[in-house]
Design a protein around this ligand. Sequence first.
Ligand code: MN
Length: 193
Amino acid sequence: MKNEMPQLPYPSNGLEPVISAETIEYHYGKHLQTYVTNLTNLVKSTEYEQKDIEHIVKDAPEGGIYNNAGQVLNHTLYFLQFTTPGQGKQPEGKLNELILRDFGSLDELKKQMEEAAVTLFGSGWAWLSLTPEGKLQITKEGNANNPLRQGNKPLLCIDVWEHAYYIDYRNRRAEHVKNLWNIIDWQTIGKRL
Ligand code: MN
């Protein structure tokens, strides 16, 4: 992945009422744009200037380059995993098999993701990822962290930085997280697997 703004597969009001156009305009249009711009400036004339985002997230030491690359990767995966409410279908094929094997049901996966997202203290992300051993895993990651750092394949994420939900839900993080299931595009998650 290059350091650039992803093209959204929906208009800015396409996720309403789950995520408003105003939140997309700030979260995608301003927050993500700032991470992309910061990273462009920070990597100039460093060993990371020509590296792809995944490489930086795996290898960069803690600090500005790592934080901004993490947020570019996290937000790109975040915004590209959504679709119009009700159009996201259900997990199919291999993804569905792994969900049933590792969680017993999709409802149980959702419950555990919601719990991770709601109980994460401070700013960060709840992640569903695939371990190198081929097991689905839910983790809580602070700040800009991505399970790629530990060698996992990131599949699905919930941003619980307050900027992700405060315009639409104020302090009601749990309600926001629950509503996100209506816009998850399970075909996209299946392709990432
Ligand atoms: Mn965010």
